[in-house]
Design a protein around this ligand. Sequence first.
Ligand code: BDR
Length: 317
Amino acid sequence: KRKLLIDVDTGVDDAQSIMLALASPDVEVLGITCCHGNTKLENVLKNTLRVLKVCNRLDIPVFRGCENPLLAKRRSAADYHGADGLGEVPDPKAPSLELLQKKNAVNAMIKIAKENSGEVTLVATAPLTNLAVAVELDPSFPKHLKALYIMGGNTESRGNTTVCGEFNFVADPEAAHIVLDRFTCPISIACWEFCCMRSLPWSFVDEWFSRKTEKAKFLKEISALSMKKARSPEYEKEITAGKGFNPCDLFAMAAAVDDTFITESEQVAVTVELMGAHTRGMMVLDYMELLEKKHKTSIIKNVDSEKLKKMLLSAVM
Ligand code: BDR
């Protein structure tokens, strides 16, 4: 089985991706590490446990990670994911945080990677703070990973959080910079503009949520607020406007669980802008190879969308 370690800021699309991973027959989820991001860390932890409860998988270890970015001021994406990060539909019977592991997320990541050296695929759908701290703490950490899949960054300086910045990278630009510089394992990135161009048609979303299962009901409830937002006129300036739902994190997760999901990619060295007034947190692509970086990153250019739909339908069964 493919061994997965998942780093999240559970949010709506993180929840959907965890469910996708858990439904994949060839995947073993070794642990879930939590990071600040879409909402504050306490909420991320609660949300993650809620997802595991719905999937009847509270046996999967969940770890508390970084509460704040390295240097940046903490952000949230409450306007999209809701004040609690999960659509503002609280579960009075949500699992207690006592179920969390005692070890912190960063140490857990390093330990799990080393114990399964060369076999662990890390999927990061949050700001990259936990990963950056892990490589600072143990520079050999990336060498033990089989691959890293990231949702974040952008290829055309089109932002969703600042003029030129995508949320996960803008939420911790220094961490994104460190990870893209220091991780020597193969890295694949699902960038913001790419995710927008592959949004899921609303007709599919309706079919997905109409399944008569607990999981589909849960997803429908937690997604309602963000989907309402995505369908509203104020969203018209988004590239997805009118086309469908943009489930960013799912692209990184689907790519990690199925090697045949990515049908086209481009290899280029990348880094992250740390200083510009409008460009801080923007991903920079070094086509001219002026930075003389040893490692190229794989930028996802095309995927098998029909495969994603199949995975999403089985995730709610
Ligand atoms: C990313 O930001 C978050 O709001 C989503 O969960 C996704 O990881 C998209 O920019």
